[in-house]
Design a protein around this ligand. Sequence first.
Ligand code: HEM
Length: 249
Amino acid sequence: METLKSARKEDSGETGSDLSEQIKAATKENHVRAENTQLMLSYQKGQITLPQYKVLLCSLYEIYKALEEELDRNSSHPAVAPIYFPQELARLESIERDLEYFFGPNWRNQVIVPAATHRYEQRLRKIGKEKPELLVSHAYTRYLGDLSGGQVLGKITQKSLGLSSKEGLSFFSFPGVSSPNRFKQLYRSRMNSVELTEEARAAVLEEAVAAFELNIQVFDDLQKMLSITSETDQSNGHSANTRFSGYPI
Ligand code: HEM
């Protein structure tokens, strides 16, 4: 009976009362916009270059550092505890390994991020301090994305950058998650178990839209940053878009 009911709901495009369904519906349009940023379009065409990937990793580093520090600090908050899965999901150390692979041992001095990444980080720090329940929106946006389209992007990255092994690709690999689809189901059921007042639920949905927008702004800023470096390099007779150019970005 339950199966039939949910099938009908999916067919009609109706959204149920579960937070996982509402958050997906609320961010549907933003997801389409994120997929259609120039950076994500290059990705889908298999045209991601090393400079693009390196600047993206730098921003992901700052974003996950803020997200995971705030999740850790709030891990026993009633809204955060059910969706707190550091063993399975934490990305910071994987990103650090990838940065070391691409930039070398002094990678820490070479992490450059645009203004939009700082704004994203600041937002995460602020809600971690003032409204930890909104971390649910940010964790959803990043981790469920990484376990969905992110898995395909990992394969594309390997191919586009001509990487022969898994080295440099730790970000995409979740050794603690044997089935991304089953894990996503568990994650959704944990999200649905979070008790929220109507007001807090509306704020969580609104924050998820903001989280997608922050990601879009980061992608757009990165693209701008790259076109500037690429123009400067071209005027010097070099192209920053050359694969394995050896440029810091
Ligand atoms: C889910 C593709 C970019 C966040 C998905 C799904 C696909 C996908 C195929 C699974 C849909 C489903 O199970 O119904 C892509 C592609 C992208 C991209 C091809 C870009 C090239 C992004 C970005 C974000 C994101 C940039 C956020 C920063 C999510 C989230 C989900 C998701 C949160 C889970 C939706 C849910 O089941 O509630 N994506 N995505 N995606 N994606 Fe993306």
